[in-house]
Design a protein around this ligand. Structure first.
Ligand code: SF4
Length: 438
């Protein structure tokens, strides 16, 4: 039996429990067992918390679960598990918002929300594998908090605070520093650098999660970026629509809508994260003129099947979020147990392409070590290729000849015969390459 948060944290308790606004027209919870409807989900752990508090992002932030001793009030853990997880959190801390906790089925040790938020002993048992900073972000920092790797883009890391510590995070090395926010002086130095570098057209504000900052503080930064003439677009990287959707409130949306074009990238990994609350957050952003794209990470036991990815990506389209990237999980220390083979990702894309709308198929990418950049990986559909012809394989495994056009005026490669589809070509006739990088 779990104990309600209300009994743990007096002063935040309000007896008048209300249902938060729901978007049941968009997400029909009845269709999605074993997830349960919003009120029941909230009340499972937080039955004494009012709807007003439940809708207040600051309440969720203040009441994050940050220790194993707190966690055990909600999720059954044996005493051995508790001791082991305390060893893990000494290296990699825990932080879970009440909202995200409410998505966990406490009876299921393989729950995909649980795996993303509750530590695993493997984080330290396999810590010898991987790197602290596999993408060499620190090497490419030109100033504290400013990464300038590509000429036309700059990344501003404003804080290392996050509402939830995702167990697969690429920047989990930062968690140990205890939560910092860039000072006004540091932010001004970053802005000066961007003003001087006219090649920078795209500024990405990230973290940590930048939406942990107050709206007022964010506006101080965003308004100054918008005044820089050569900056075309601003991008915000945040997981708030998924782990703290209450953060996407009227005040934030009204502020962001003044400084467009702003694009927002978020991070749904599993269909159980698509709830009325997260749908409402994305809808509010879209209505404020902010396109929302999704960057998910391929994770073992969380979304590493065609079925789960199809459900996730179709669900995202229903809430008008574009599945943009599916990342191979970076080679980060403390995440090896969640990493899958590259072939798993290729097979997933193969199982999606042609079987659903292209809009629902993300680009599978590896972010190369040492700052090598993102490389798209996809199934190989070109079986053989000459200057004149290609033989292509479609999603059903059928083979097609395709004439390769040449520039007008060069000696032609006109169609040689009428037989364009050949279904009887033996597979052995073609060297089917391993997944290619394009
Ligand atoms: S929200 Fe992003 S930066 Fe924060 S812990 Fe999760 S993955 Fe890492």
């Amino acid at each position: 039996m779990t104990k309600s948060a209300a009994t743990m944290k007096s002063g935040v308790v309000d007896e008048a429990a209300e249902e938060p606004p729901s978007l049941t027209a968009i997400v029909n919870e009845d269709e999605e067992p074993p997830s349960i409807a919003g009120t029941a989900r909230k009340n499972r752990f937080f039955n004494h918390t009012s709807g007003e508090l439940w809708n207040d992002w600051k309440w969720h932030f203040r009441n994050r679960i940050t220790s194993i001793d707190e966690l055990v009030n909600f999720i059954p853990l044996s005493s051995i598990e508790q001791e082991r997880l305390k060893l893990v959190t000494a290296t990699y801390p825990i932080s879970i918002t009440p909202y995200y906790l409410s998505l966990i089925n406490p009876e299921d040790p393989h729950d995909p929300i649980r795996k993303q938020s509750i530590p695993s002993f493997d984080e330290i048992a396999l810590a010898g594998m991987g790197f602290e900073d596999p993408l060499a972000e620190e090497r490419d920092s030109v100033l504290p908090g400013l990464v300038h790797r590509y000429p036309d883009r700059a990344l501003m890391v404003l804080t290392d605070l996050c509402p939830m510590f995702c167990r697969h995070c690429t920047r989990k090395r930062e968690w140990r520093h205890g939560g910092w926010v860039r000072t006004p002086g540091e932010i001004e130095a970053m802005l000066r650098y961007i003003r001087k570098n006219k090649a920078i057209k795209d500024v990405i504000i990230s973290g940590g999660d930048p939406l942990t900052l107050s709206t007022h503080r964010l506006e101080q930064v965003i308004s100054k970026i918008r005044q820089i003439e050569h900056v075309d677009i601003i991008r915000i990287g945040t997981r708030c629509p998924v782990v703290l959707p209450q953060r996407i409130d009227d005040e934030l949306c009204a502020m962001l809508s003044k400084y467009g074009p702003i694009w927002l990238n978020t991070h749904f990994n599993n269909p159980n994260e698509i709830t009325p609350e997260s749908a409402k957050a994305c809808d509010q952003l879209l209505r404020s003129g902010i396109p929302v794209n999704n960057q998910s990470v391929l994770l073992r036991g969380i979304n590493d099947s065609v079925e789960t990815q199809l459900k996730l990506c179709k669900g995202l389209l229903k809430i008008k979020v574009r599945p943009y990237y599916l990342f191979q999980c970076d080679e980060v220390q403390g995440t090896e147990h969640l990493r899958t083979s590259v072939e798993t990702g290729v097979k997933i894309i193969e199982g999606m392409r042609g079987h659903t709308s292209g809009l629902a198929v993300p680009t599978f990418v590896i972010d190369l070590p040492e700052g090598g950049g993102k490389v798209p990986i996809q199934p190989n559909y070109i079986l053989t290729q000459t200057e004149d012809d290609l033989v292509l394989r479609n999603y059903q495994g059928r083979f097609f000849w395709y004439r390769n056009p040449k520039a007008i005026g060069s000696s032609g490669n006109g169609r040689k015969n009428d037989k364009r589809v050949q279904e009887t070509v033996p597979v052995e006739a073609f060297p089917v390459a391993e997944p290619v990088m394009t």
